[in-house]
Ligand binder design. Structure first.
Ligand SMILES: [Zn+2]
Length: 269
């Protein structure tokens, strides 16, 4: 499933390859894939004749600015929001972002092209999504998301954790509080920090909050360099009968925050 690292790869592909190309056709065959009242005619009208000028990201939401953005007054429909969902990929000129072995959606099947555009130069951008859990919207509400995990400061994390008695994992996985961390990255960061995922967020001591903040940064940096959210040390050990890569203890498998969670009963406390 795409987490922030995979979404960042898709954003970078859009930024590198899809900007400043005039959009001549909009492919929106699946009205269900369009969200928040958006219709195929409305998205066609907003995009045709425009170009993408910038590809931004907040958490797992990709924000593509259109050339109409920044005009005064700024017309509605100036920002295209792309959600990759559970299995979505971005393709520019048929090239997918990220590791082609990661997702089943690597199979080239145009029936999975839920949304896309054709450029005047003959190239294209498509969102390919076999499971159809991604989405497209215009002018997404960026403020419904918490601070992006890459930019999360220690002070922000301290405030976010201090406000909740829910399990710490559920809190950092909540996109309205921290945007971008999914199941694998949360398990890896908590494992690196030596913190039990089921502990109440509110009860973490300040030295533990500092350790978790550093672990989130390390997890994003190290796994980003390795190639994605599936490359964590703990993630590689997930599964029945497996052991903590740090101390060899049998891993604990539980449901925390509604998600299957792996942790070490020895060094995560
Ligand atoms: Zn351990």
């Amino acid at each position: 499933m795409p987490e922030i690292l995979e979404v960042e790869t898709a954003r970078a592909l859009l930024e590198a390859r899809a900007l400043d190309r005039e959009i001549t056709q909009v492919h929106a065959p699946d009205p269900w894939f369009l969200k928040r009242g958006l219709t195929p005619p409305a998205v066609r009208a907003a995009l045709r004749g425009q170009s993408f000028t910038k590809a931004r990201r907040r958490g797992k939401l990709i924000l593509v600015d259109l050339s109409s953005a920044g005009s005064v007054p700024e017309p509605p429909g100036s920002v295209l929001g792309l959600h990759l969902g559970m299995s979505g990929r971005v393709l520019v000129d048929d090239e997918a972002a990220g590791d082609p072995l990661l997702y089943a959606s690597n199979k080239a099947d145009s029936a999975w092209h839920r949304f896309g555009v054709t450029f005047a130069d003959g190239g294209s951008m498509y969102l390919r999504d076999p499971r159809r859990l991604g989405a497209v919207e215009l002018d997404p509400d960026e403020e419904r998301l918490g601070p992006d995990a890459f930019d999360l400061t220690l002070a922000q994390l301290r405030t976010i954790l201090g406000r909740s008695r829910a399990p710490v994992k559920a809190v950092i996985m909540d996109q309205s509080r921290v945007a971008g961390l999914g199941n694998l990255l949360c398990d890896e960061a908590l494992w690196r920090a030596g913190i039990d995922p089921a502990r109440s967020a509110h009860d973490l001591r300040d030295d533990e909050v500092k350790r978790l903040h550093r672990a989130i940064r390390d997890t994003l940096r190290i796994l980003g360099r390795r190639g994605g959210s599936h490359t964590g040390d703990l993630t590689s050990a997930r599964g029945p009968g497996l052991h903590c890569p740090k101390d060899g203890a049998p891993l604990l498998r539980r449901t925390v925050g509604g998600r299957t969670t792996y942790s070490c009963p020895v060094h995560q406390r």
